[in-house]
Design a protein around this ligand. Structure first.
Ligand SMILES: [Zn+2]
Length: 251
C-alpha cells in the first residue's frame, strides 16, 4: 500500500500536466487525491497504509497492555507506587530529553518491573508528521541513545508523538529494528481533568488484547490511571507487558 501511495504521488504531477490542457478540474482532482492519499494515513493514528502499526496483542485470556506516554515526569514516583499497589506492570513510552534529566526515574521504572520504550527525543507533537528523514532519525536515535546510556540496552519499541507518522518513518524504524506501536483504546486524558469521562472512553472499548494508551505529567494523571486500572481489574482484566512476538496489527 505504501509503495502504491508513494508511486501515485510521484506520477501525479505528470498526470496533472497531461490532463491540464483538457480538464483543469480533473487535473486538480488528481493532485488533491494524491495529497489526500499521503495525508490520511499520516495524520490518522493507527492507519496501516504506510506500514505496520501495532494495535493489539495476542491474549488467550482477559489481558490488557497499559502504555503510559510522555514521562518521566514529577509524578513518576507516585504513579509507580500506585501501579505497585495494584500489581500492574506497564510500558512507559518516554521522551529522551526528559529521561536524560531524570535517569533515576527510568531506572526506577525498570527496577519496579516495567518496560521502557522510545517516544522520540523532544516530542515535537505539532511537527513530527511533517519532519524530513534526517530530523525523524535524530528524534529516534537521540532518544534510543539516552535510554541505552541509562539502561544498557536499546529500546525495541517506538511510539510516534500523537501517533502521527509520515511515509519516512517506517523505513527509518525498520533499519533500526524498531517496531511502531499505536494503541487499541485511548481516553484523551491529555485534555481536561474529568477522570470519569476518561474512564467512560476507555473501559467500554477495552477487550482482551487491547493496548490502552494513557499519559503522565498532568495534574490528574495518577488518579486517572489508577481509576482506569481499578475499573478494568474490577471487570476481570489483568495487566501484562506482552512479548514482541505477541504484538498484532489488527484486533
Ligand atoms: Zn506523547
Amino acid at each position: 500500500m505504501r509503495a502504491l501511495i508513494l508511486g501515485f504521488a510521484c506520477i501525479a504531477p505528470v498526470i496533472l500536466a497531461v490532463l491540464w490542457p483538457h480538464s483543469w478540474l480533473a487535473a486538480i482532482g488528481v493532485l488533491a487525491l494524491s495529497h489526500a492519499l499521503v495525508l490520511w494515513p499520516t495524520l490518522r493514528p493507527n492507519s496501516q497504509w504506510l506500514g505496520p502499526v501495532i494495535t493489539s496483542f495476542d491474549s488467550p485470556s482477559n489481558e490488557v497492555w497499559l502504555t503510559i506516554d510522555d514521562g518521566p515526569t514529577d509524578d513518576t514516583q507516585p504513579l509507580l507506587d500506585s501501579l505497585d499497589e495494584r500489581g500492574v506492570k506497564a510500558t512507559f513510552f518516554v521522551k529522551g530529553s526528559l529521561a536524560a534529566r531524570r535517569p533515576d526515574l527510568i531506572r526506577l521504572m525498570l527496577a519496579r518491573g516495567h518496560a521502557v520504550a522510545n517516544h522520540s527525543q523532544t516530542h515535537p507533537s505539532g511537527s513530527f508528521w511533517c519532519l524530513f528523514p534526517s530530523a525523524i532519525s535524530s528524534q529516534v536515535d537521540e532518544c534510543s541513545a539516552v535510554l541505552e546510556s541509562i539502561t544498557g540496552g536499546r529500546p525495541a519499541l517506538f511510539r510516534a508523538p500523537v501517533g502521527m507518522k509520515n511515509p519516512f518513518v517506517h523505513p527509518i524504524l525498520a533499519r533500526r529494528g524498531l517496531t511502531l506501536v499505536g494503541w487499541s483504546v485511548r481516553g484523551f486524558d491529555s485534555f481536561g481533568d474529568d477522570v470519569e469521562r476518561v474512564v467512560r472512553r476507555i473501559v467500554p472499548r477495552t477487550g482482551a488484547g487491547s493496548i490502552v494508551v494513557m499519559h503522565q505529567g498532568r495534574a490528574f494523571s495518577v488518579a486517572c490511571i489508577s481509576r482506569v486500572v481499578d475499573e478494568l481489574q474490577g471487570r476481570g482484566y489483568s495487566f501484562v507487558v506482552p512479548a514482541v512476538e505477541r504484538l498484532k496489527t489488527k484486533r
